[in-house]
Design a protein around this ligand. Structure first.
Ligand code: GLN
Length: 530
Protein backbone atom coordinates (compact mmCIF):
# COMPACT_ATOMS: atom_id res chain seq x y z
CA UNK A 1 0.00 0.00 0.00
CA UNK A 2 1.26 3.49 -0.82
CA UNK A 3 2.26 5.79 2.00
CA UNK A 4 1.05 9.37 2.05
CA UNK A 5 3.24 12.36 2.85
CA UNK A 6 1.65 15.79 3.23
CA UNK A 7 3.74 18.93 3.04
CA UNK A 8 2.18 22.04 4.56
CA UNK A 9 3.52 25.50 5.25
CA UNK A 10 3.31 27.77 8.26
CA UNK A 11 4.21 31.35 9.26
CA UNK A 12 4.45 32.88 5.80
CA UNK A 13 4.49 32.09 2.13
CA UNK A 14 7.57 31.84 -0.10
CA UNK A 15 9.44 29.55 2.29
CA UNK A 16 10.03 27.09 -0.51
CA UNK A 17 7.44 24.36 0.09
CA UNK A 18 7.67 23.38 -3.57
CA UNK A 19 11.43 22.88 -3.35
CA UNK A 20 11.03 21.03 -0.03
CA UNK A 21 8.45 18.71 -1.58
CA UNK A 22 10.59 18.19 -4.66
CA UNK A 23 13.64 17.45 -2.48
CA UNK A 24 11.75 14.83 -0.48
CA UNK A 25 10.64 13.27 -3.76
CA UNK A 26 14.21 13.17 -5.04
CA UNK A 27 15.54 11.59 -1.83
CA UNK A 28 12.92 8.84 -1.73
CA UNK A 29 13.30 8.15 -5.45
CA UNK A 30 17.08 7.99 -5.01
CA UNK A 31 16.49 5.16 -2.51
CA UNK A 32 14.76 3.26 -5.30
CA UNK A 33 11.21 3.96 -4.16
CA UNK A 34 8.46 4.90 -6.58
CA UNK A 35 7.11 8.34 -5.86
CA UNK A 36 4.42 10.59 -7.24
CA UNK A 37 4.09 14.27 -6.38
CA UNK A 38 1.09 16.54 -6.52
CA UNK A 39 0.29 20.13 -5.64
CA UNK A 40 -2.98 21.44 -4.28
CA UNK A 41 -3.63 25.14 -4.72
CA UNK A 42 -6.35 26.67 -2.55
CA UNK A 43 -7.33 29.40 -5.02
CA UNK A 44 -10.59 29.21 -6.95
CA UNK A 45 -9.17 29.61 -10.45
CA UNK A 46 -9.80 26.39 -12.32
CA UNK A 47 -6.20 26.37 -13.49
CA UNK A 48 -3.29 28.82 -13.40
CA UNK A 49 -3.42 29.19 -17.20
CA UNK A 50 -5.37 32.42 -17.02
CA UNK A 51 -3.49 33.89 -14.06
CA UNK A 52 -1.11 36.79 -14.53
CA UNK A 53 2.58 35.85 -14.46
CA UNK A 54 3.06 39.05 -12.42
CA UNK A 55 1.00 37.52 -9.61
CA UNK A 56 1.59 33.87 -10.01
CA UNK A 57 4.87 33.40 -11.81
CA UNK A 58 5.33 31.01 -14.68
CA UNK A 59 2.63 28.67 -15.91
CA UNK A 60 4.29 25.27 -16.11
CA UNK A 61 3.01 22.98 -18.86
CA UNK A 62 3.04 19.20 -18.51
CA UNK A 63 3.44 16.67 -21.33
CA UNK A 64 -0.28 15.98 -21.29
CA UNK A 65 -1.02 19.67 -21.72
CA UNK A 66 -2.07 20.80 -18.24
CA UNK A 67 -1.32 24.42 -17.38
CA UNK A 68 -0.05 24.22 -13.83
CA UNK A 69 1.65 25.91 -10.96
CA UNK A 70 5.39 26.54 -11.26
CA UNK A 71 6.08 24.17 -8.37
CA UNK A 72 5.52 21.31 -10.80
CA UNK A 73 8.61 22.57 -12.56
CA UNK A 74 10.57 22.00 -9.35
CA UNK A 75 9.09 18.52 -9.05
CA UNK A 76 10.13 17.60 -12.58
CA UNK A 77 13.59 19.10 -12.27
CA UNK A 78 14.35 17.47 -8.92
CA UNK A 79 12.63 14.12 -9.23
CA UNK A 80 13.31 13.83 -12.95
CA UNK A 81 9.98 12.34 -13.83
CA UNK A 82 7.15 13.85 -15.80
CA UNK A 83 4.16 15.22 -13.96
CA UNK A 84 0.67 14.91 -15.39
CA UNK A 85 -2.66 16.67 -15.25
CA UNK A 86 -3.35 14.86 -11.96
CA UNK A 87 -0.24 16.39 -10.40
CA UNK A 88 -1.88 19.76 -10.04
CA UNK A 89 -5.24 20.57 -8.53
CA UNK A 90 -6.81 23.86 -7.49
CA UNK A 91 -9.76 24.42 -5.18
CA UNK A 92 -11.51 25.69 -8.33
CA UNK A 93 -11.17 22.26 -9.92
CA UNK A 94 -12.39 20.52 -6.80
CA UNK A 95 -15.46 22.76 -6.60
CA UNK A 96 -16.04 22.40 -10.34
CA UNK A 97 -16.17 18.59 -9.95
CA UNK A 98 -18.45 18.77 -6.93
CA UNK A 99 -20.81 21.21 -8.62
CA UNK A 100 -20.87 19.14 -11.82
CA UNK A 101 -21.74 16.07 -9.73
CA UNK A 102 -24.46 18.04 -8.01
CA UNK A 103 -25.94 19.08 -11.37
CA UNK A 104 -25.87 15.46 -12.50
CA UNK A 105 -27.81 14.47 -9.40
CA UNK A 106 -25.05 12.20 -8.17
CA UNK A 107 -25.55 13.29 -4.55
CA UNK A 108 -29.13 11.97 -4.63
CA UNK A 109 -30.75 15.05 -3.19
CA UNK A 110 -28.42 15.34 -0.21
CA UNK A 111 -27.33 18.77 0.96
CA UNK A 112 -23.96 19.35 -0.72
CA UNK A 113 -21.40 20.51 1.83
CA UNK A 114 -17.70 21.19 2.28
CA UNK A 115 -17.62 18.19 4.59
CA UNK A 116 -18.05 15.53 3.26
CA UNK A 117 -18.46 16.38 -0.44
CA UNK A 118 -15.58 18.77 -1.03
CA UNK A 119 -13.26 16.90 1.34
CA UNK A 120 -14.19 13.56 -0.25
CA UNK A 121 -13.30 14.95 -3.66
CA UNK A 122 -9.92 16.10 -2.32
CA UNK A 123 -9.31 12.70 -0.71
CA UNK A 124 -10.27 10.98 -3.95
CA UNK A 125 -7.72 13.05 -5.87
CA UNK A 126 -4.99 12.16 -3.35
CA UNK A 127 -5.66 8.45 -3.10
CA UNK A 128 -6.12 8.17 -6.88
CA UNK A 129 -2.35 8.64 -7.13
CA UNK A 130 -1.51 5.58 -5.04
CA UNK A 131 -1.52 2.83 -7.64
CA UNK A 132 1.94 1.61 -8.52
CA UNK A 133 3.66 4.02 -6.14
CA UNK A 134 5.37 3.62 -2.77
CA UNK A 135 4.85 7.26 -1.79
CA UNK A 136 2.24 9.85 -2.68
CA UNK A 137 3.66 13.25 -1.75
CA UNK A 138 1.06 16.02 -1.66
CA UNK A 139 1.94 19.66 -1.17
CA UNK A 140 -0.75 21.99 0.08
CA UNK A 141 -0.32 25.53 -1.23
CA UNK A 142 -0.84 28.57 0.95
CA UNK A 143 -0.15 28.92 4.66
CA UNK A 144 -1.72 27.14 7.62
CA UNK A 145 -4.50 29.38 8.90
CA UNK A 146 -5.69 30.57 5.49
CA UNK A 147 -9.44 30.21 5.12
CA UNK A 148 -9.10 28.78 1.60
CA UNK A 149 -6.77 26.02 2.76
CA UNK A 150 -9.12 24.60 5.40
CA UNK A 151 -10.92 21.98 3.27
CA UNK A 152 -7.55 20.58 2.17
CA UNK A 153 -6.25 20.35 5.74
CA UNK A 154 -9.52 18.79 6.85
CA UNK A 155 -9.14 16.16 4.11
CA UNK A 156 -5.63 15.41 5.41
CA UNK A 157 -6.95 15.08 8.96
CA UNK A 158 -9.56 12.61 7.72
CA UNK A 159 -7.02 10.60 5.71
CA UNK A 160 -4.94 10.20 8.86
CA UNK A 161 -8.03 8.86 10.59
CA UNK A 162 -8.96 6.60 7.66
CA UNK A 163 -5.50 5.19 6.95
CA UNK A 164 -3.73 5.40 10.31
CA UNK A 165 -0.51 6.91 11.55
CA UNK A 166 1.63 4.23 9.91
CA UNK A 167 0.38 5.24 6.46
CA UNK A 168 0.38 9.02 6.65
CA UNK A 169 3.02 11.57 7.57
CA UNK A 170 2.61 15.31 8.12
CA UNK A 171 5.49 17.64 7.38
CA UNK A 172 5.27 21.30 8.30
CA UNK A 173 7.64 23.84 6.81
CA UNK A 174 8.03 26.83 9.13
CA UNK A 175 10.23 29.83 9.65
CA UNK A 176 12.50 30.69 12.57
CA UNK A 177 13.42 34.35 12.13
CA UNK A 178 16.62 35.87 13.44
CA UNK A 179 15.87 39.10 15.24
CA UNK A 180 18.94 41.26 14.94
CA UNK A 181 18.24 43.63 17.84
CA UNK A 182 17.76 40.68 20.22
CA UNK A 183 20.55 38.69 18.60
CA UNK A 184 18.27 35.65 18.77
CA UNK A 185 16.42 33.12 16.67
CA UNK A 186 12.73 33.23 17.54
CA UNK A 187 10.67 30.05 17.70
CA UNK A 188 7.27 31.55 18.49
CA UNK A 189 5.99 31.79 14.88
CA UNK A 190 6.77 28.10 14.39
CA UNK A 191 5.05 27.22 17.66
CA UNK A 192 1.96 29.09 16.56
CA UNK A 193 1.84 27.40 13.16
CA UNK A 194 2.00 24.02 14.86
CA UNK A 195 -0.77 25.09 17.32
CA UNK A 196 -2.88 26.21 14.39
CA UNK A 197 -2.40 22.86 12.69
CA UNK A 198 -3.21 20.96 15.89
CA UNK A 199 -6.35 23.07 16.31
CA UNK A 200 -7.50 21.62 12.97
CA UNK A 201 -6.64 18.16 14.26
CA UNK A 202 -3.31 17.62 12.52
CA UNK A 203 -0.19 16.85 14.52
CA UNK A 204 2.95 17.55 12.50
CA UNK A 205 5.40 14.63 12.52
CA UNK A 206 8.36 16.47 11.05
CA UNK A 207 9.22 20.16 11.07
CA UNK A 208 11.42 21.69 8.44
CA UNK A 209 12.45 24.98 9.97
CA UNK A 210 13.80 27.57 7.57
CA UNK A 211 16.30 29.96 9.15
CA UNK A 212 19.18 32.12 8.10
CA UNK A 213 21.29 31.05 11.09
CA UNK A 214 22.19 27.61 12.40
CA UNK A 215 20.19 26.34 15.41
CA UNK A 216 21.85 25.57 18.72
CA UNK A 217 20.67 22.61 20.78
CA UNK A 218 18.34 24.74 22.91
CA UNK A 219 16.38 25.86 19.83
CA UNK A 220 15.77 22.26 18.77
CA UNK A 221 14.61 21.44 22.32
CA UNK A 222 12.35 24.44 22.55
CA UNK A 223 10.69 23.85 19.19
CA UNK A 224 10.24 20.17 19.99
CA UNK A 225 8.69 20.88 23.40
CA UNK A 226 6.21 23.45 22.15
CA UNK A 227 5.21 21.77 18.92
CA UNK A 228 5.02 18.22 20.28
CA UNK A 229 7.39 17.01 17.54
CA UNK A 230 10.21 14.62 18.51
CA UNK A 231 13.50 16.50 18.71
CA UNK A 232 15.21 14.42 16.02
CA UNK A 233 12.32 15.24 13.70
CA UNK A 234 12.96 18.98 13.98
CA UNK A 235 15.18 19.79 11.03
CA UNK A 236 17.00 23.05 10.57
CA UNK A 237 16.47 23.93 6.93
CA UNK A 238 19.10 26.60 6.78
CA UNK A 239 19.20 29.13 3.90
CA UNK A 240 21.34 28.03 0.97
CA UNK A 241 22.90 29.83 -1.96
CA UNK A 242 21.53 27.37 -4.45
CA UNK A 243 18.25 25.47 -4.09
CA UNK A 244 19.83 22.33 -5.52
CA UNK A 245 21.82 21.95 -2.27
CA UNK A 246 18.63 21.43 -0.29
CA UNK A 247 18.22 17.68 -0.91
CA UNK A 248 21.82 17.21 0.24
CA UNK A 249 21.14 19.12 3.44
CA UNK A 250 17.98 17.12 4.15
CA UNK A 251 19.94 13.97 3.57
CA UNK A 252 22.62 15.06 6.03
CA UNK A 253 19.85 15.78 8.54
CA UNK A 254 18.65 12.16 8.12
CA UNK A 255 15.29 13.10 6.67
CA UNK A 256 15.04 10.00 4.43
CA UNK A 257 15.72 7.76 7.43
CA UNK A 258 13.20 9.61 9.61
CA UNK A 259 10.54 9.20 6.93
CA UNK A 260 11.26 5.51 6.41
CA UNK A 261 11.30 4.86 10.16
CA UNK A 262 7.91 6.53 10.55
CA UNK A 263 6.44 4.23 7.92
CA UNK A 264 8.41 1.21 9.19
CA UNK A 265 10.01 0.91 5.77
CA UNK A 266 13.53 -0.09 4.95
CA UNK A 267 16.03 2.78 4.85
CA UNK A 268 17.79 1.96 1.61
CA UNK A 269 21.15 3.37 0.53
CA UNK A 270 20.76 6.63 -1.38
CA UNK A 271 22.41 7.29 -4.72
CA UNK A 272 22.74 11.02 -5.29
CA UNK A 273 25.85 10.86 -7.45
CA UNK A 274 24.20 12.56 -10.44
CA UNK A 275 23.05 15.37 -8.20
CA UNK A 276 26.49 15.75 -6.62
CA UNK A 277 28.10 15.91 -10.04
CA UNK A 278 25.85 18.80 -11.03
CA UNK A 279 26.63 20.63 -7.76
CA UNK A 280 30.37 20.05 -8.25
CA UNK A 281 30.23 21.37 -11.80
CA UNK A 282 28.49 24.47 -10.54
CA UNK A 283 31.01 24.94 -7.80
CA UNK A 284 33.98 24.54 -10.08
CA UNK A 285 32.72 26.77 -12.83
CA UNK A 286 35.19 29.28 -14.13
CA UNK A 287 34.63 32.41 -16.21
CA UNK A 288 31.17 33.60 -16.92
CA UNK A 289 28.79 33.83 -19.79
CA UNK A 290 26.41 36.75 -19.96
CA UNK A 291 22.95 36.25 -21.40
CA UNK A 292 20.39 39.00 -21.85
CA UNK A 293 16.81 37.84 -21.28
CA UNK A 294 14.39 40.26 -22.85
CA UNK A 295 10.78 40.16 -21.69
CA UNK A 296 7.99 42.13 -20.18
CA UNK A 297 7.64 40.27 -16.87
CA UNK A 298 11.20 40.87 -15.71
CA UNK A 299 10.13 42.59 -12.52
CA UNK A 300 8.70 39.27 -11.49
CA UNK A 301 11.40 36.80 -12.34
CA UNK A 302 9.36 33.79 -11.23
CA UNK A 303 7.57 34.37 -14.53
CA UNK A 304 10.68 32.98 -16.23
CA UNK A 305 11.51 30.32 -13.62
CA UNK A 306 12.11 27.37 -15.95
CA UNK A 307 14.11 29.52 -18.35
CA UNK A 308 16.41 30.71 -15.59
CA UNK A 309 16.85 27.17 -14.29
CA UNK A 310 17.53 25.84 -17.80
CA UNK A 311 20.25 28.49 -18.23
CA UNK A 312 21.78 27.44 -14.89
CA UNK A 313 21.72 23.77 -15.84
CA UNK A 314 23.37 24.44 -19.19
CA UNK A 315 26.01 26.70 -17.62
CA UNK A 316 26.89 24.04 -15.03
CA UNK A 317 27.45 21.49 -17.78
CA UNK A 318 29.87 23.87 -19.49
CA UNK A 319 31.41 24.76 -16.12
CA UNK A 320 30.65 28.43 -16.58
CA UNK A 321 28.94 30.91 -14.32
CA UNK A 322 25.84 32.35 -15.88
CA UNK A 323 25.11 36.04 -15.55
CA UNK A 324 21.60 36.98 -16.60
CA UNK A 325 20.94 40.57 -17.61
CA UNK A 326 17.25 41.37 -17.58
CA UNK A 327 16.14 43.66 -20.38
CA UNK A 328 12.74 45.23 -19.93
CA UNK A 329 10.93 45.00 -23.26
CA UNK A 330 8.42 47.61 -22.12
CA UNK A 331 11.13 50.21 -22.62
CA UNK A 332 11.63 51.73 -26.02
CA UNK A 333 14.99 51.11 -27.62
CA UNK A 334 16.68 52.93 -30.39
CA UNK A 335 19.99 51.62 -31.69
CA UNK A 336 22.10 53.69 -29.31
CA UNK A 337 20.21 52.50 -26.32
CA UNK A 338 20.44 48.92 -27.49
CA UNK A 339 24.20 49.31 -27.86
CA UNK A 340 24.32 50.46 -24.27
CA UNK A 341 21.87 47.95 -22.87
CA UNK A 342 23.42 44.98 -24.63
CA UNK A 343 27.05 45.96 -24.33
CA UNK A 344 29.19 43.11 -23.06
CA UNK A 345 26.52 40.43 -23.41
CA UNK A 346 27.43 37.15 -25.07
CA UNK A 347 24.00 35.95 -26.12
CA UNK A 348 20.30 36.81 -26.02
CA UNK A 349 17.17 34.92 -25.15
CA UNK A 350 13.68 36.17 -26.00
CA UNK A 351 11.20 34.12 -23.96
CA UNK A 352 7.51 33.46 -24.49
CA UNK A 353 4.81 35.95 -23.66
CA UNK A 354 1.37 37.26 -24.44
CA UNK A 355 0.07 40.62 -25.57
CA UNK A 356 1.45 43.51 -27.55
CA UNK A 357 3.39 45.20 -24.76
CA UNK A 358 7.08 45.23 -25.50
CA UNK A 359 6.75 43.75 -28.98
CA UNK A 360 8.55 46.58 -30.77
CA UNK A 361 11.53 46.32 -28.47
CA UNK A 362 11.67 42.57 -28.93
CA UNK A 363 11.62 43.01 -32.72
CA UNK A 364 14.42 45.58 -32.44
CA UNK A 365 16.46 43.19 -30.29
CA UNK A 366 15.95 40.31 -32.73
CA UNK A 367 17.17 42.56 -35.55
CA UNK A 368 20.13 43.67 -33.45
CA UNK A 369 21.13 40.06 -32.78
CA UNK A 370 20.63 38.95 -36.38
CA UNK A 371 22.60 41.78 -37.94
CA UNK A 372 25.49 41.45 -35.48
CA UNK A 373 25.62 37.67 -35.35
CA UNK A 374 24.88 37.63 -31.62
CA UNK A 375 23.63 34.18 -30.57
CA UNK A 376 19.87 34.35 -30.05
CA UNK A 377 17.36 31.79 -28.89
CA UNK A 378 13.72 32.80 -29.33
CA UNK A 379 11.11 30.82 -27.46
CA UNK A 380 7.46 30.75 -28.55
CA UNK A 381 6.61 34.47 -28.76
CA UNK A 382 10.36 34.98 -29.17
CA UNK A 383 10.29 32.80 -32.30
CA UNK A 384 7.25 34.65 -33.64
CA UNK A 385 9.07 37.96 -33.13
CA UNK A 386 12.05 36.60 -35.07
CA UNK A 387 9.75 35.67 -37.96
CA UNK A 388 8.16 39.15 -38.00
CA UNK A 389 11.55 40.85 -37.89
CA UNK A 390 12.93 38.72 -40.71
CA UNK A 391 9.82 39.30 -42.83
CA UNK A 392 9.96 43.06 -42.35
CA UNK A 393 13.65 43.71 -42.63
CA UNK A 394 14.91 40.98 -44.96
CA UNK A 395 11.89 40.06 -47.09
CA UNK A 396 10.63 43.65 -47.12
CA UNK A 397 7.17 42.58 -46.06
CA UNK A 398 6.77 45.97 -44.44
CA UNK A 399 3.49 45.37 -42.67
CA UNK A 400 4.41 41.95 -41.34
CA UNK A 401 2.82 41.32 -37.96
CA UNK A 402 1.01 38.81 -35.82
CA UNK A 403 -2.77 38.91 -35.70
CA UNK A 404 -2.35 38.74 -31.93
CA UNK A 405 -1.21 42.36 -32.07
CA UNK A 406 -2.97 43.58 -35.20
CA UNK A 407 -6.12 41.59 -35.78
CA UNK A 408 -6.57 43.00 -39.28
CA UNK A 409 -2.95 42.82 -40.31
CA UNK A 410 -2.59 42.93 -44.10
CA UNK A 411 0.53 40.77 -43.89
CA UNK A 412 -0.07 38.31 -41.04
CA UNK A 413 3.18 36.38 -40.91
CA UNK A 414 1.97 34.96 -37.61
CA UNK A 415 -1.70 34.17 -37.34
CA UNK A 416 -4.18 32.38 -35.15
CA UNK A 417 -3.95 28.62 -35.46
CA UNK A 418 -6.56 26.94 -37.65
CA UNK A 419 -9.51 25.83 -35.61
CA UNK A 420 -8.86 28.29 -32.79
CA UNK A 421 -11.35 31.01 -33.42
CA UNK A 422 -12.72 31.55 -29.96
CA UNK A 423 -10.28 34.11 -28.69
CA UNK A 424 -12.69 35.59 -26.23
CA UNK A 425 -12.79 32.58 -23.97
CA UNK A 426 -9.41 32.63 -22.32
CA UNK A 427 -9.06 29.19 -20.78
CA UNK A 428 -8.33 26.06 -22.83
CA UNK A 429 -8.02 27.69 -26.25
CA UNK A 430 -4.40 26.92 -26.85
CA UNK A 431 -2.26 24.23 -28.36
CA UNK A 432 -0.99 22.67 -25.18
CA UNK A 433 1.40 19.89 -24.24
CA UNK A 434 3.85 17.65 -26.02
CA UNK A 435 3.90 17.31 -29.80
CA UNK A 436 6.35 15.61 -32.10
CA UNK A 437 8.51 17.79 -34.31
CA UNK A 438 10.52 16.65 -37.33
CA UNK A 439 13.89 18.27 -37.94
CA UNK A 440 15.70 18.90 -41.23
CA UNK A 441 18.83 16.87 -41.72
CA UNK A 442 22.01 18.85 -41.14
CA UNK A 443 20.24 21.89 -39.68
CA UNK A 444 21.45 23.61 -36.53
CA UNK A 445 18.42 22.15 -34.76
CA UNK A 446 19.35 18.65 -35.91
CA UNK A 447 22.97 19.10 -34.87
CA UNK A 448 21.84 20.47 -31.53
CA UNK A 449 19.39 17.70 -30.69
CA UNK A 450 21.36 14.92 -32.38
CA UNK A 451 18.07 13.47 -33.55
CA UNK A 452 15.60 13.96 -36.40
CA UNK A 453 12.48 13.57 -34.29
CA UNK A 454 11.89 15.36 -31.03
CA UNK A 455 9.01 15.99 -28.69
CA UNK A 456 8.51 19.34 -27.00
CA UNK A 457 5.80 21.07 -25.01
CA UNK A 458 3.64 23.83 -26.44
CA UNK A 459 1.51 26.65 -25.13
CA UNK A 460 0.38 29.05 -27.80
CA UNK A 461 -2.56 30.21 -29.91
CA UNK A 462 -0.69 31.68 -32.87
CA UNK A 463 1.60 30.08 -35.40
CA UNK A 464 3.77 30.78 -38.43
CA UNK A 465 1.57 31.50 -41.49
CA UNK A 466 2.38 28.94 -44.20
CA UNK A 467 1.58 31.48 -46.95
CA UNK A 468 4.90 33.12 -46.09
CA UNK A 469 7.04 29.98 -45.98
CA UNK A 470 8.51 30.17 -49.47
CA UNK A 471 9.30 33.86 -49.49
CA UNK A 472 11.12 33.53 -46.15
CA UNK A 473 13.02 30.42 -47.31
CA UNK A 474 14.02 32.21 -50.52
CA UNK A 475 15.39 35.03 -48.39
CA UNK A 476 17.62 32.65 -46.45
CA UNK A 477 15.55 31.52 -43.47
CA UNK A 478 15.61 27.80 -42.73
CA UNK A 479 12.41 26.29 -41.41
CA UNK A 480 14.22 23.44 -39.78
CA UNK A 481 11.47 21.98 -37.64
CA UNK A 482 7.89 21.16 -38.60
CA UNK A 483 5.05 19.31 -36.95
CA UNK A 484 4.58 15.59 -37.60
CA UNK A 485 2.13 16.34 -40.46
CA UNK A 486 4.41 19.05 -41.82
CA UNK A 487 1.64 21.65 -41.54
CA UNK A 488 3.07 23.76 -38.77
CA UNK A 489 6.42 25.49 -38.55
CA UNK A 490 8.04 24.65 -35.22
CA UNK A 491 11.61 25.89 -35.63
CA UNK A 492 13.24 28.59 -37.71
CA UNK A 493 16.91 29.38 -38.00
CA UNK A 494 19.14 31.70 -39.95
CA UNK A 495 22.13 29.67 -41.14
CA UNK A 496 24.17 32.76 -42.01
CA UNK A 497 24.61 33.34 -38.27
CA UNK A 498 26.34 31.05 -35.79
CA UNK A 499 23.30 30.56 -33.59
CA UNK A 500 20.07 32.26 -34.51
CA UNK A 501 17.21 29.94 -33.72
CA UNK A 502 13.57 30.30 -32.75
CA UNK A 503 11.30 27.55 -31.48
CA UNK A 504 7.51 27.58 -31.29
CA UNK A 505 7.62 25.36 -28.19
CA UNK A 506 9.00 25.66 -24.67
CA UNK A 507 12.24 23.67 -24.32
CA UNK A 508 12.84 25.11 -20.84
CA UNK A 509 10.27 22.73 -19.33
CA UNK A 510 12.38 19.71 -20.16
CA UNK A 511 15.74 20.84 -18.82
CA UNK A 512 17.11 18.94 -15.81
CA UNK A 513 20.10 19.86 -13.62
CA UNK A 514 22.13 16.84 -14.72
CA UNK A 515 20.55 16.69 -18.20
CA UNK A 516 20.44 20.28 -19.45
CA UNK A 517 18.45 21.00 -22.57
CA UNK A 518 20.64 20.93 -25.73
CA UNK A 519 19.19 24.21 -27.07
CA UNK A 520 20.30 26.04 -23.93
CA UNK A 521 23.68 24.30 -23.92
CA UNK A 522 24.30 25.25 -27.54
CA UNK A 523 23.10 28.81 -27.05
CA UNK A 524 25.70 29.13 -24.30
CA UNK A 525 28.38 27.36 -26.36
CA UNK A 526 27.80 29.84 -29.17
CA UNK A 527 27.73 32.72 -26.69
CA UNK A 528 31.04 31.65 -25.16
CA UNK A 529 32.64 31.49 -28.60
CA UNK A 530 31.17 34.79 -29.77
N1 GLN B 1 1.26 34.83 -27.52
C1 GLN B 1 1.79 33.87 -28.41
C2 GLN B 1 0.75 32.84 -28.84
O1 GLN B 1 -0.27 32.70 -28.21
C3 GLN B 1 2.99 33.17 -27.82
C4 GLN B 1 2.67 32.36 -26.61
C5 GLN B 1 3.89 32.02 -25.79
O2 GLN B 1 4.92 32.63 -25.93
N2 GLN B 1 3.75 31.07 -24.90
O3 GLN B 1 0.95 32.16 -29.81
Amino acid sequence: MAKYIFVMGGVLSSLGKGIATASIGLLLKSMGYKVVLQKFDPYLNVDPGTMSPFQHGEVFVTNDGAETDLDLGHYERFVDQDCSRESSCSAGQVYESVLTNERKGIYLGNTVQVIPHVTDEIKRRITAQAEGNDFVISEIGGTVGDIEGLPFLEAIRQLHLDLGNENTLNILLTYVPYIKSAGELKTKPSQHSAYKLREIGIQPDILLCRSEKQFGDEIYSKISLFTNVAKECVINAIDVNCVYEIPMNYNKANLPEIICRHFKMETRPIDLSHWQEFLDNRKHSEDSVKIAVCGKYIRHQDAYKSIVEALYHAAAKLKKKIIITWVDSERVFDRNRLDKELSGIDGILIPGGFGIHGIDSKIAIAQYARTRNIPLLGICLGMQVMAIEFARNVCKIDLAHSTEFDENSAQPVIRLMEGLSNQKQRGKTMRLGAYTCKLSEGSLAHRTYGSLKISERHRHRYEFNNDYRQIMIDAGLCLSGVSESGDMVEILEYPTNDFYLGVQFHPEFKSRPHRPHPLFVNLLRAAIKA
